[in-house]
Design a protein around this ligand. Structure first.
Ligand SMILES: Nc1nc2c(c(=O)[nH]1)N[C@H]1C(S)=C(S)[C@@H](COP(=O)(O)OP(=O)(O)OC[C@H]3O[C@@H](n4cnc5c(=O)[nH]c(N)nc54)[C@H](O)[C@@H]3O)O[C@H]1N2
Ligand SMILES: Nc1nc2c(c(=O)[nH]1)N[C@H]1C(S)=C(S)[C@@H](COP(=O)(O)OP(=O)(O)OC[C@H]3O[C@@H](n4cnc5c(=O)[nH]c(N)nc54)[C@H](O)[C@@H]3O)O[C@H]1N2
Ligand code: SF4
Ligand SMILES: [Mo]
Length: 701
């Protein structure tokens, strides 16, 4: 067969839940199909580089298993039998069931459940407009950023940091708790440039030799959940050796003297015992950053997915404040730029329609919510009807057995709007097919970088699929709220209005012509040289864990959840971990797979082949003790359940630590249950969230 002719190159943004939000060039082929995707070379963050899984997007968008028609369940829930129905009937059915739920229990019995399958502001956030208009239950988005953002914010008082492109101008790039090669490849682009052009050193702090650690000049493989101990020792050495920047500390931080006193006992020897690193490794790291003003700390999410993760983030970001790295270009720290974009989403989200007394339910505790836990329901009515968009909770949420039990409830109506027959869609009453990003208009902003980027519709969707925006608008008509503010507009009209009310007078057309807008604040603002985000302008070594106006603070209706009182007054290691014990001698982390994006791409053969299959990485010493052979089937379990999968013997993990890279579909596992059977949904300090890498387990051959 001849290769279809290249018609044009379209411009877009990657919609996936990845900090990089790459600017894309998309080959549009004859017949309206898609060819290769590439990173935009003229975008100075993307810099022409994207990950392999998105470069192969043609495989996903033209996948033979894509959902193309609405399907209604026949027979048992999860039984796998469906009948095709028309779109009008499907939408009528959702509206009918939502109205019935409302009549029986009030509007809070309906729970629109969403997350970040697409990061587009219109297609992702429009569901809020519907829920506000109808006073349906709200959602506390706790699953991903909670501990990381909480830990950062209590220190800096704002969610921004040193320009991510400055990594290229750094002399020491510290990549801490993020497997950037796999999860945000562009960090490596800029770090590699710094190494090539400036001889910069790359330090990686992680719990196993992942692809990023293999690129490190200094590779620090510590025990899970011990990062704060490492951070404290680094700061101890700074005060001990005179590499702390006392002038900076006096001007820019709240209590340097208190910190110094507190750290007196946090020696490298103390930290070595906790972290499992050697004192030489800790001293070498401290010496490197002590002599390198341009040390850039790129802090990821991974180390915050521990029950002490917020405290660990705060401790790690305190390091550049002690050494004064913040003052230099190519120095300082970065986690997320979520504060810089200034986009006013209130029309898209229907903020004017919001009733603040409506309850919020914790996304991570969907299992408890759906199985009727009164506390998880805020003592309110049961949830009896759901629309699930952009997320796959039966696979990605913790405490999977409880999640599935909830979704299977006979008196619960679940509509899932999806691109594929996911683990969640399989348990639904109704499945409706969704467009992909190249088939609808949307706008994106990059949490891990600095651009607002347009993703206009580039190709026609298959005949039977509809966008999230369409579903929200059509349901609004059927539920009697289509005349409320914000409804009845096209995606382009919403984007145009949002840009114009957000200080971008050129609106949609100007963005289309320019492709992206660079929102990076100036050097002094980004480096907090005019002060940190608190009234006194000082970085807080003494965080106010409960009182700050953190972006991750739960809505009032949820109350202040989470054991915030147990977090330390100053940076410290806190033993808030699911530590191993005699019955559970191992610690399991469920780290991201390079070829997947959460549960997405686990359906494409290119990604599946490269990942192999669900496997458990085990150190040979542990394997020998348990009588486990490479390639054999093992059982790994804890109080929440057990999972069978293949053993992979490797010295990339430490003895006592197991790593599973995912997320594979539940149906890819031998017993049809995924790795999240083992993860817990107990709320993590300070305000809730899921500690996906903090699990004690046993192992059996
Ligand atoms: N290829 C790919 N890319 C992705 C994703 C994916 O699933 N696959 N997911 C996307 C999403 S939603 C997000 S939020 C980001 C997350 O991206 P990251 O910021 O990279 O965070 P994590 O993926 O949770 O984990 C990163 C690393 O932290 C390690 N880790 C676990 N516990 C500890 C610890 O206690 N200390 C330290 N130092 N390290 C620890 C993990 O083993 C892993 O190697 O990536 C996004 N990009
Ligand atoms: N064990 C373990 N579990 C984890 C994690 C971990 O590290 N370990 N990471 C956690 C993290 S950080 C996160 S953020 C969550 C993410 O969990 P999810 O938000 O569920 O993750 P995704 O797989 O990115 O997206 C879910 C679905 O959105 C669909 N989708 C994409 N675009 C659209 C669209 O335009 N419309 C509609 N209707 N659907 C669309 C995709 O087909 C996909 O099935 O998972 C969490 N779960
Ligand atoms: S998944 Fe991340 S690295 Fe890959 S193209 Fe999308 S934004 Fe870029
Ligand atoms: Mo995430």
């Amino acid at each position: 067969m001849n290769k279809p002719l290249l018609l044009s190159t379209g411009h877009s943004a990657c919609p996936h839940d990845c900090p990089s939000t790459c600017a894309l060039d998309v080959e549009i082929l004859e017949g309206g199909t898609v060819g290769r995707l590439r990173g935009a070379a003229d975008n100075d963050y993307t810099a022409g580089v994207i990950c392999a899984k998105v470069a192969r997007y043609a495989e996903r968008i033209h996948h033979p298993n894509r959902l193309l028609k609405p399907l209604q369940r026949v027979g048992e829930k999860g039984g796998g039998a469906w009948r095709e129905i028309g779109w009008d009937d499907a939408l009528d059915l959702i509206a009918e069931r939502f109205l019935a739920a409302e009549v029986a229990h009030g509007p809070e019995a309906v729970w629109p459940y969403y997350y970040a399958g697409t990061m587009g502001l219109v297609q992702r956030d429009g569901i809020h407009r519907l829920r506000h208009a109808k006073r349906y239950s709200g959602q506390f988005d706790s699953i991903c950023t909670n501990m990381a953002w909480g830990g950062w914010f209590v220190g800096a008082g704002a969610m921004r940091g040193a320009d991510p492109r400055e990594i290229a101008k750094s002399d020491c790039v510290v990549i801490w708790g993020t497997n950037a090669v796999a999860t945000q490849v562009n960090v490596m682009t800029h770090a590699a440039r710094a190494r090539k052009e400036r001889g910069a050193k790359i330090v990686v702090v992680d719990i196993y030799d992942n692809a990023t650690m293999r690129q490190a000049d200094l590779a620090l493989k510590l025990r899970p959940g011990t990062d704060a101990a490492l951070a404290c020792a680094l700061m101890h050495v700074a005060f001990r050796d005179g590499t702390a920047d006392r002038a900076y500390l006096a001007r820019y931080t709240d209590d340097p003297a208190g910190l110094e006193t507190h750290l007196a006992t946090r020696t490298p020897e103390w930290a070595a015992k906790i972290t499992g690193l050697s004192t030489e490794e800790i001293e070498a790291f401290a010496a490197l950053i002590g002599r390198t003003p341009r040390s850039y700390f790129r802090l990821g999410y991974g180390f915050t997915r521990q029950r002490n993760g917020a405290a660990a983030m705060h401790a790690a970001m305190s390091v550049p404040a002690v050494y004064g790295h913040w003052q230099y270009e190519g120095g300082g720290a970065f986690h997320s730029n979520s504060d810089i974009f200034g986009l006013d989403k209130s029309e898209i989200m229907g903020v004017a329609l919001c009733d603040p007394t409506v309850r919020h339910l914790d996304q991570s505790r969907i299992g408890a919510v759906l199985t009727g836990d009164a506390e998880a329901l805020s003592e309110g009515p049961p949830v009896t009807a759901m629309l699930i968009q952009n997320t796959n909770p039966a696979n990605v949420c913790p405490d999977q057995r409880l999640v599935k039990q909830g979704l299977m409830r006979a008196d619960l109506f679940v509509a899932v709007h999806e691109q594929f027959m996911t683990d969640t869609a399989k348990l639904a009453d109704l499945v409706i097919p969704a467009t992909m990003f190249l088939e609808h208009d949307d706008i994106y902003r990059g949490g891990g970088q600095n651009h607002i980027t347009l993703g206009p519709k580039l190709v026609e969707p298959p005949a039977g699929v509809r966008s999230n925006h369409f579903v929200v608008e059509e349901l609004a008509k059927r539920l009697g709220v289509a005349d409320r503010p914000g409804f009845g507009k096209s995606e382009i009209a919403l984007i145009d209005a949002m840009l114009k009310t957000s200080g971008e007078p050129g609106g949609f057309d100007a963005l289309k012509a320019g492709r992206w807008i660079d929102k990076q604040p100036d050097f002094e603002t980004a480096h907090f040289l005019k002060g940190f985000g608190w009234p006194d302008g000082k970085f807080r070594f003494r965080p106010d864990w409960a009182g700050s106006l953190a972006p991750n603070r739960p809505p009032e209706s949820l109350g202040l959840q989470g054991p915030h009182a147990r977090l330390p007054a100053l940076p410290d290691h806190v033993a808030l971990l699911e530590s191993s014990d005699a019955a559970h001698p191992y610690r399991l982390a469920t780290s991201p797979a390079r070829q997947f994006l959460n549960s997405t791409f686990a359906e494409t053969s290119g990604s599946r082949q490269r990942e192999g299959g669900p496997a458990l990485m085990i150190h040979p010493e542990d394997a020998a003790r348990e009588g486990v052979e490479d390639g054999s089937v093992v059982v790994v379990g804890n109080a929440r359940g057990e999972v069978r999968l293949e053993a992979k013997l490797t010295e990339t993990v430490k003895p006592g630590v197991l790593v599973h890279e995912g997320l594979w579909a539940n149906s890819d596992f031998l017993d049809g249950e995924g790795i999240n059977v083992l993860t817990g949904a107990d709320p993590v300090a300070p305000f809730g969230g899921a500690a996906f890498h903090d699990n004690r387990v046993w192992l059996r051959a």
